[in-house]
Design a binder for this molecule. Structure first.
Ligand code: BGC
Length: 458
């Protein structure tokens, strides 16, 4: 009885071939819809105003900041040409107080972190204004290469007084209040930064993906397809897909746990795809399923159906625990014991408990990899024949992927590649490369700042 309860729960996270196909088609339709939509609520397919990839020859010294869901990175980036860069980077955790406080407090803090970097690198440019590239891991509606309105912020941010305001003004407001001579010369989404910076080192890169706290991708699209774009004329442009915000009930295979995550989130109904896939939510899915299984006595039976207090808080089970457990090659899954004892004070697990926790975690991790691959497939189909040439045996398409889930989650890249091979067949899939892209945020921002500041279209 408990075994079938457990197997039924796990089975909800297993995707069939048909479900994967539905996801690809559904996302593909949304990619097309986002190009032409006039619905202000649809934040997908945002033009970046960047019209070409770097050549690898760019040089110069630029400041960069990368504001993500968890950390703020500040950097001095020295572009050395030949795809080489020298970076001095500092990392600061964004506290819950900052995430849910006022815009002014947030942008004052960013200016303080920038001042600290300038002190550490002893950067003295006399009276010259320092040029800064900014990577922002949230949706913005760009109005120029260095301007954009903040559209929406997920990932536990609640800065309502910032919505709809121009990010350059917000940042420079902080710099002025702190007397820093810094000008924002480029603003990019983190996926655009990943695409640009990975193309600098690996020129076959056509798509940039982030798979971390959140998830999203950028690619290159023909400008003639982007009817909602009304900036300077160009042939092609990097688009920030905001695929995180895609996902309709008709094709997303949401379990009751996915629905619960959405229902109790700060913005229900927003970022349905991201909530099924990214690092902020994977661990929470495990926790919700575990709580349900414990209550039904289908796991940890020694607890007698009572859920320990330690497992009750939202987000208590971190995605990092999933990586730790999946990294353990021991067939008895002793890492499960360690995680539950150390982080939740739960002891006395049986070997069946350990095997079940492992299976649940593995299945949820696999689902994330398969859904990310499905989203990449939707994008590859959309770009095929233009920036991507999957049918040309001499062309390689590299997808640069940044983010802790892709980098640290065991076998994630293999699982994604397996799913892509299933989708495209061996021949076409052999021309797709998934490459880890690192520090794309700061380097990408510096590259775009460099070209924007020197007056050229990127
Ligand atoms: C944001 C995107 C960002 C992605 C990855 C999402 O929550 O809306 O703008 O690119 O996370 O960081």
């Amino acid at each position: 009885m408990t075994s079938s309860t457990f197997q039924d729960t796990v089975a909800q996270f297993v995707l069939s071939k048909e479900q994967v196909e539905k996801i690809i088609n559904g996302l593909n339709d949304e990619l097309v819809e986002g190009l032409t939509t006039t619905d202000p609520k649809n934040i997908t397919q945002q033009p970046s105003f960047i019209t070409r990839l770097p050549t690898g020859k760019e040089t110069g010294l630029y400041l960069a900041i990368d504001m993500g869901g968890t950390n703020l990175r500040t950097a001095a980036v020295h572009l050395l040409g030949d795809g080489q860069v020298g970076v001095t980077m500092e990392k600061h955790e964004i506290t819950h107080e900052l995430k849910t406080g006022t815009g002014e407090a947030m942008f004052d803090w960013i200016a303080d972190c920038t001042a600290q970097l300038l002190k550490s690198v002893a950067l003295d440019m006399g009276n010259a204004e320092l040029q800064m590239g900014v990577t922002f891991s949230f949706a913005i509606q760009q109005t120029a290469i260095n301007r954009g309105k903040v559209l929406a912020m997920g990932k536990g941010f609640d800065l309502s007084d910032v919505m709809g305001k121009d990010l350059k003004d917000l940042l420079e407001g902080g710099f002025t209040r702190k007397n820093l001579p810094v000008t924002v010369s480029a603003i990019i989404n983190d996926t655009v930064g990943t695409l640009v910076s990975h193309a600098y080192v690996s020129p076959s890169t056509k798509i940039g993906v982030i798979l971390a706290t959140g998830t999203n991708a950028a690619y290159i699209e023909r400008a003639s397809e982007v009817s909602k774009y009304n900036g300077p004329a160009c042939d092609q442009m990097i688009l920030n897909t905001e695929w995180d915000a895609m996902g309709k009930a008709e094709y997303l295979p949401q379990t009751k746990y996915d629905k619960e995550i959405d229902a109790v989130s700060l913005v229900p109904g927003f970022q349905e795809f991201e909530k099924m896939v990214s690092g902020l939510y994977m661990g929470e899915l495990v926790r919700l399923a575990l709580v349900d299984l414990i209550e039904q006595n289908a796991i940890f039976e020694s607890l007698g159906g009572k859920v320990p207090e330690s497992l009750k808080p939202r987000l208590a089970f971190k995605t990092l625990f999933m990586s730790t457990i999946e990294s353990d090659n021991n067939t008895d899954h002793t890492a499960v014991d360690k995680v539950f004892k150390t982080s939740f004070g739960i002891e006395g697990l049986t070997s069946q408990d350990r095997a079940r926790v492992f299976e649940l975690i593995h299945t949820i991790g696999q689902r994330s990899a398969t859904m990310t691959a499905a989203a990449c497939a939707a994008l590859l189909y959309k770009a095929n024949g233009t920036s991507v040439k999957l049918d040309d045996a001499n062309e390689i398409t590299t997808i640069g992927i940044d983010g802790s889930v892709f980098e640290k989650y065991p076998h994630f890249s293999h699982s994604m590649m397996d799913a892509l091979t299933e989708i495209f067949g061996k021949d076409r899939a052999s021309r797709i490369r998934l490459e880890l892209a690192r520090d794309g945020g700061c380097i990408g921002a510096a590259l775009v700042a460099m070209v924007s500041h020197s007056g050229g279209a990127v």
